[in-house]
Write a protein that binds this ligand. Structure first.
Ligand code: NAD
Length: 676
């Protein structure tokens, strides 16, 4: 099994686990158990603790989660029943004998964990996976004494473990590479975002978080209060360090983890106050108390300083990749942006100033070993993998990875895709490209709204915006190598416009396509009113329904209509199907024709309504109707695209667009009856 950045490109040797053991029914063990139970149908759960009361409370918690999930519509009745069924809660390690995977989430103590793993190994099969949820202890220290250490590693979750998508997976020297790939595959197949890190104390993300909390506590010695530190921290995060420490009962954890980091130097010593403090007197997320300017600057610099210091150290020591570091900070800790994005936005000079101050205040803390700008230079929003084509060449697979936005496309992602393909367009070793989305839910949920709100009322600026946003798509029209879209999940709006511009499309059976723009009071301006009619004219009625009523198109139906070249049942078949299509297309000319297409008339109701019953805008429907007809009649593909861009600009000048965009921002339903 080869290692790919996108874990779902691998084809695993094993299926999803059928039985999982979780050891430790304290704070996080039951949450991890709930994640597995709600994601893996038919899973047996064996929950082990030394305290019967912890087990009883954990089972009650799992039942409570199932009930709440069902009541809130987050779980189907079947999923809720699946969570409640098949749970063995016991103090007997023997019950773990048939588990495919045993995950330990017991008290953070090396000796205790070593004893637990010896007990586990005595009862399970030699190939049963054994992983630990430790926050800080390296795998090499915990698993060295196992008879079969190759099946063991650390899988580090973040609270709340059923909701927080980040999980660190530790690649350590004695672990079998196939085991690591399998674990990454399980996580990515079940809604998590595995981040692979090196086997260092505290791994990658807790180096950021524990030290961020420790600096916050050290600032109290300089006259700041917890509420003041949390107030200033809102610049970086929604919930400040003291608020989170209260929530997670985190004081002893910081003492534990920072003491461990002191192996690397005295500068990691945990703040003395952690030993005596209980709950911190602080403000709720988002709230602020007054802080004098000079103190606010000192707090801000110190917090930025620790983020930068730890980030450069993580990269210099190859503990994790820059893209995983930034993504992990956003996902695991809800940082507004990753520290490397902060570096880029603040600029080299400002960050050098912050670091110089930090070095003076905190001697010994890691400092950059190369130019700061170098740390910020990396691809943030796509993963790139080369899949062997079988003829000595490779197919380059680009994975859109922005899991917090269901892989929505924005300017930077567009530029990364464009740069990646164009850099290799003449490389003979590359047969072509596949574009897919990260995870199982979405290929791409659309395009970010971006600068659009600032263009409302300006038709020319709106049209130019659409032209600018099309730069990747018009490149694909003339790309000399085939580019195939592999739809791993929903493709909406701008995401579908990207897929439709690829030279062929393949999809998983559960994928669906939709153009929801009209429900926002705008039109899809970068190809959707033009391209599908020229490529698949026989499906014109379907596209009318998608554009004018936001109807959803299932992958199976799209395959029947000839829009998809393949519709496959499992993720394991998806990338191979896309790669095969690239190889079939390689060397063949590609282009969307200039000839006009005859399509059925587009009719619009006087009071248009979407497929979901939402009232739509008559003005926007009329713009759409005209643009679709004019573009089909145009005798030149580029002119047809221009019609789409101008229609987008025209839609930006309607009251409906203003209402739709405001409603979107305010998370309410738009009122198109009032706007027309
Ligand atoms: P906890 O103290 O709340 O729970 C630990 C549980 O382990 C207790 O119920 C205890 O009875 C049980 N236990 C102790 N010895 C045992 C043994 N020999 N066999 C079976 N069970 C035993 O701790 P927690 O916060 O749930 O953390 C568990 C692990 O997860 C730790 O390694 C911690 O560092 C890590 N972790 C916790 C969080 C979090 O948010 N709580 C986040 C990431 C990682």
């Amino acid at each position: 099994m080869s290692s790919f950045e996108n874990p779902l490109i691998s084809t695993p040797a094993r299926a999803l686990p059928r039985s999982i053991g979780v050891i430790g029914a304290g704070t996080i063990g039951p949450d991890i158990a709930y994640y597995f139970k709600s994601e893996i149908p038919g899973l047996e759960l064996v929950l082990v603790d030394v305290r019967q009361e912890a087990l009883d409370a954990a089972v009650a918690r799992l039942h409570g989660y199932a009930e709440k999930g069902l009541a809130r519509g987050k779980l189907s009745a079947e999923q809720a029943a699946n969570v409640r069924a098949n749970i063995v809660a016991t103090t007997d390690y023997g019950a773990l004998a048939n588990c495919d995977w045993v995950l330990e989430a017991a008290t953070e103590n090396l000796e205790l964990k070593r004893r637990i793993f010896a007990d586990v190994e005595a009862v399970v099969r030699p190939d049963t996976l054994i992983t630990s949820n430790t926050s800080s202890l390296p795998a090499s220290r915990m698993f060295a004494q196992l008879k079969h250490p190759e099946r063991a590693t650390v899988t580090h979750f973040f609270a709340p473990a059923f909701k927080n998508p980040a999980v660190e997976v530790i690649r350590w020297e004695r672990a079998d590479a196939a085991v690591i790939e399998y674990i990454r595959w399980v996580f990515a197949s079940t809604g998590k975002v595995p981040l692979t890190t090196a086997d260092e104390v505290c791994f990658m993300l807790d180096r950021i978080f524990d030290n961020w909390c420790n600096e916050a506590a050290l600032l109290l010695g300089q006259g700041a209060t917890p509420a003041q530190v949390d107030s200033v921290a809102t610049e970086f995060v929604n919930a400040g360090p003291f608020f989170v420490l209260n929530m997670a009962n985190g004081n002893p954890i910081i003492v534990e983890t920072n003491t461990l980091q002191m192996e690397e130097g005295e500068h990691y010593r945990p703040a003395e106050i952690f030993h005596s403090a209980g709950r911190w007197d602080t403000v709720a997320p988002g709230a602020r108390v007054p802080v004098a300017d000079e103190l606010a600057a000192a707090i801000s610099d110190r917090l930025a300083g620790i983020l930068l210091s730890q980030s450069v150290d993580i990269l210099d020591r190859h503990i994790g990749t820059p893209e995983d570091l930034d993504l992990g900070c956003r996902l695991a800790f809800d940082f507004r942006q990753g520290p490397l994005q902060m570096l880029r936005e603040r600029g080299e000079a400002e960050c050098a100033r912050v670091l110089a101050r930090f070095a003076a205040e905190r001697p010994g803390m890691p400092m950059p070993t190369r130019a700061l700008a170098e740390y910020a230079r990396f691809r943030r929003f796509i993963l790139v993998d080369d899949v062997p084509a079988g003829d000595g060449r490779v197919v380059r697979v680009i994975t859109l990875r922005r899991p917090e936005a269901l892989n929505a496309i924005h300017d930077e992602m567009t530029d990364e895709i464009l740069a990646t393909i164009s850099a290799a367009e003449h490389d003979a070793a590359i047969a072509g490209f596949v574009i897919t989305g990260y995870g199982t839910k979405a290929f791409s949920s659309g395009a970010d709204i971006g600068r659009f709100p600032s263009l409302l009322g300006d038709a020319e600026a709106g049209a130019q915006y659409a032209r600018d946003c099309s730069r990747l798509l018009v490149y694909l029209d003339r790309c000399p190598k085939p580019v195939v879209a592999a739809l791993n999940g929903m493709a909406l709006g701008g995401g579908l416009e990207l897929a439709m511009r690829c030279h062929a499309l393949v999809a998983l059976r559960h994928a669906r396509m939709q153009l929801p723009e009209i429900t926002l009071g705008i039109v899809p301006g970068i190809g959707a009113m033009v391209v599908p009619y020229r490529r698949w004219p026989a499906a014109a009625e379907t596209f009318h329904g998608m554009l004018l009523r936001a109807e959803s198109l299932r992958a199976e139906r799209a395959a029947e209509l000839g829009i998809l070249d393949a519709c496959v049942a499992t993720q394991a078949e998806l990338i191979p199907a896309a790669v095969a299509r690239v190889l079939e297309l390689a060397g063949k000319p590609y282009g969307i024709g200039d000839a006009p297409v005859a399509i059925p008339a587009v009719s619009v109701a006087s009071e248009p309504v979407a497929a979901n019953g939402q009232r739509l805008s008559a003005a926007i429907s009329a713009i759409l109707q005209q643009a679709v007809s004019d573009a089909a009649a145009a005798g030149d593909f580029n002119e047809a695209l221009e019609i789409g861009y101008r229609a987008f600009g025209a839609s930006a000048c309607t009251a409906a667009a203003r209402e739709g965009i405001s409603a979107f921002g305010e998370r309410r339903a738009p009122d198109f009856a009032a706007t027309g």
